[in-house]
Ligand binder design. Sequence first.
Ligand code: SAH
Ligand code: SF4
Length: 395
Amino acid sequence: MTATAAHRAVISPAADPRPNLIGLDRGEMLAVFEAMGEAKFRAKQLFQWIYNRGVVDFDRMTNMSKPLRAVLAERFRMDRPEIVKHQISEDGTQKWLLRYDDGNEAETVFIPDGERGTLCVSSQVGCTLTCKFCHTGTQRMVRNLTPADIVSQVMFARDALGDWEAPSDQRRLTNIVFMGMGEPLYNTDNVIKAINLIQDGEGIALSKRRITLSTSGVAPEIARVGAETGCLLAISLHATNDPLRNELVPINRKYPLKDLMAAVKAYPGLNNAKRVTWEYVMLKGVNDSEADARALVKLIKGVPSKVNLIPFNGWPGSPYECSDPDQIKKFADIIWKAGYSSPVRTPRGQDILAACGQLKSDSQRIGKRERMKMAAVQAEKEAETGLAELRTPES
Ligand code: SAH
Ligand code: SF4
């Protein structure tokens, strides 16, 4: 593994011109086989080999004929992103900087916790938004990650953790949170497709109850995620009144608390077994008073909720300090006494800048001309193999 390269996005096509099958859903795989004049059931086999068994070599697809394997290998690949940098924290957290075919990079973090292991995935390179306490928010938005980019973070992690071969109850990666780089609900179509691929029972098969999407509050998109994926919802609240939230989480100016609360209350299937998580970063002297805690209790009244208090994780140049432990405890107690679970999140992977809000990559936005050139090269590649019509357009 090499050190991070502060480089601009590479615009040459991937060295390997074959389209990557990772990211295709069942319907798209079916279309691949139909276009090749092959039987439909082959699509199901391919789907299982790729997403359930994690194979990276067509020759391991032993229920397909040798000539068919050869044709597939000639036309397609099943590559994971390239590892640019791998860091392991003293607390066991692992962070990988991954590079996609177009040269853009995103981080993915694995947080082991007893029996449980959570992968924190990124949904964008950079972020459209600029929450004041967040390191990712200082990186300009470069591009949305595609369903393939997102799912391949999970597949890559299963490779790295040796999870494909493990019996399902002994896998290290048990949960996924969309809490890495980016705002998932500014990339909703791709994120929904990725979640549905990840939870497909014939593939990676991670239950929707183990997938949590965190949003800074893109209110109009919230209902869709619930209806189309059924995953758990986390809201980055951080303030209980509009003036302060406007400052900390600027998207609040577009979707104020009233809209956000209405969207959360309407989230499909919320009940005591499926509660919304309110994330609240503890900023010293900013949002951490006892009055703030009481206001929080009042705001979420009637919503099946848990509150996750996140000690602020600093980063170079950050404008805030973390609240004192005593103050965090007082805050947590008020919420607890009001009947809500209020764990204080243990910062993980701080020594490798892997904790909440510390992620950032060096990828920069490239110009429109370069993007168009890249898109043309990609389209040409895909047209050659008939994949062009199968792709869901990137939003
Ligand atoms: N964009 C999404 C998901 C990624 S951020 C969102 O904002 O919800 C994941 C969580 O980390 C969010 O709750 C975010 O508010 C929080 N966070 C960001 N910067 C942080 C920091 N410096 N310290 C602690 N938590 C932070
Ligand atoms: Fe983007 Fe979330 Fe960071 Fe806000 S907290 S800048 S939405 S990644």
